[in-house]
Ligand binder design. Structure first.
Ligand SMILES: Nc1nc2c(ncn2[C@@H]2O[C@H](COP(=O)(O)OP(=O)(O)OP(=O)(O)O)[C@@H](O)[C@H]2O)c(=O)[nH]1
Ligand SMILES: [Zn+2]
Length: 386
């Protein structure tokens, strides 16, 4: 995570909570995932219709144009713009205007590196930088929250003469969401996590184990705390592991990564130690989601490393935040921890979120014969301490 994103995270911690905003963003995520457009409003009251690139087809584009009354642009992230050879400024999002040349085919070629065709835009393209707070920037952030490809088709809305915004939204069956609320969503969801389930689940490597489930009030993503033994802050810093969900590694025993070994290894290690917690975080694929992780694997099979694959798809190398982890630790009453990890970003982020990491406990497992390059990339490009 970049230092500017960390700084923003800290700023967000001081913002007031707004439950209605949380619900609006969650509904917008569903709309986008379903393939419907949503309306995004910026701080000045400007509005744009945004559609996930994954839902783009010729009829869908025509529908957007007809509803908005303007020609749409394609909004992509800086990593994706760089991957298709565009000059990028420091802006996080780039708006690509191609006029009538922005066809469904061209859009898919521009945003999806798993397509063999590759970028192929005929005619003049103008590129304009956009900040995250803009309609287009926030719409791309919404696509990330929806675990879709991080790019949208966006059209400024020109309301038909004599039609109010309310009537227009109603007539087109559209919902509107504010840019600011999208950008605050992750921090607000984390701060409102509530314990909603708690049961004893004896594990093969740790019989005295409870699993606690935490959920934000909008019904968004749930995270789990696997509490082994009877950890108590009175006995000093608690031994913990932050484990990001990995369906392939944790459940299926995939050999592409080291997640399965790390998960079972952490449970066994904490059990041997006597007590501690594994926080099982719903951050599949370092926060890009399972579908995008599978796309990243496809790119890695073509020779790109795990960082390059994320960036080609338009993501940062790591999209995770650890505020949900910090919030669960706070609620469990563990302000001081010893952290099983090799990842320096986890140490930095937890500390920024107010959890004191007293000690790092290395959590290294030997290569299984398939994941050597993956582990090497972690060390060389992500700073993992092996
Ligand atoms: N995007 C992407 N995610 C991957 C890939 N391989 C594994 N992952 C995900 O990476 C995450 C693994 O994270 P962690 O187990 O927390 O590992 P880490 O960040 O290396 O940190 P430590 O293990 O604590 O040192 C899981 O969410 C996996 O799904 C990959 O090639 N691409
Ligand atoms: Zn994994």
């Amino acid at each position: 995570m970049t230092s500017s994103r960390l700084a923003k995270l800290q700023d967000d911690l001081s913002q007031p909570l707004d439950q209605t905003a949380l619900r609006a963003v969650d509904r917008a995520i569903c709309e986008l995932r379903r393939g419907d457009p949503v309306v995004v409003e910026d701080m000045e009251g400007g509005i744009a219709l945004a559609l996930s690139v994954e839902a783009v087809s010729a009829p869908a584009l025509n529908r957007i144009k007809a509803m908005a009354g303007t020609v749409p642009v394609l909004a992509v992230t800086r990593p994706r713009a760089a991957a298709i050879g565009l000059q990028t400024s420091s802006a996080p999002v780039l708006k690509l205007a191609l006029g009538a040349g922005l066809t469904a085919e061209v859009i898919h070629d521009l945003v999806d590196p798993t397509r063999r065709a590759g970028p192929n835009a005929d005619g003049a393209m103008t590129v304009e930088a956009a900040e995250l707070e803009t309609r287009e920037g926030a719409a791309v952030a919404l696509a990330k929250l929806a675990r879709l490809l991080p790019a949208v088709v966006a059209a400024s809305v020109r309301l038909p003469r004599g039609v109010t915004l309310e009537n227009w939204l109603d007539k087109n069956d559209l919902m509107m969401v504010r840019a600011r609320d999208i950008l605050d969503y992750q921090t607000h969801a984390a701060r409102t996590l509530t314990l909603v389930g708690d049961a004893s689940v004896p594990l093969v490597d740790a019989e005295n184990t409870r699993i606690l489930a935490f959920r934000p009030p909008d019904g968004g993503v749930e995270h789990l705390a696997i509490v082994i033994g009877e950890p108590s802050a009175d006995d000093g810093p608690v031994l913990i592991r932050l484990h990001s969900e990995c369906f392939t590694g944790d459940l299926l025993g995939s050999l592409r990564c080291d997640c399965g070994d790390q998960l079972r290894g952490a449970i066994a290690e904490i059990s041997r130690h006597g007590s501690g917690v594994v926080l099982y975080l719903a951050q599949e694929g370092r926060g890009i989601g399972l579908v995008n992780k599978l796309r990243a694997y496809q790119l890695q099979d073509d020779g790109f490393d795990t960082v390059e694959a994320n960036e080609m798809l338009g993501f940062d190398a790591d999209e995770r935040i650890y505020l949900p982890a910090a919030e669960m630790l706070r609620q469990l009453g563990f302000p001081q921890v010893r952290l099983l990890t090799n990842n320096p970003d986890k140490l930095r982020q937890l500390a920024r979120c107010g959890i004191e990491v007293v000690d790092r406990v290395p959590h290294v497992f030997p290569s299984n014969g398939h994941n050597a390059a993956y582990l090497r990339t972690k060390a060389e490009r992500s700073g993992h301490m092996f």
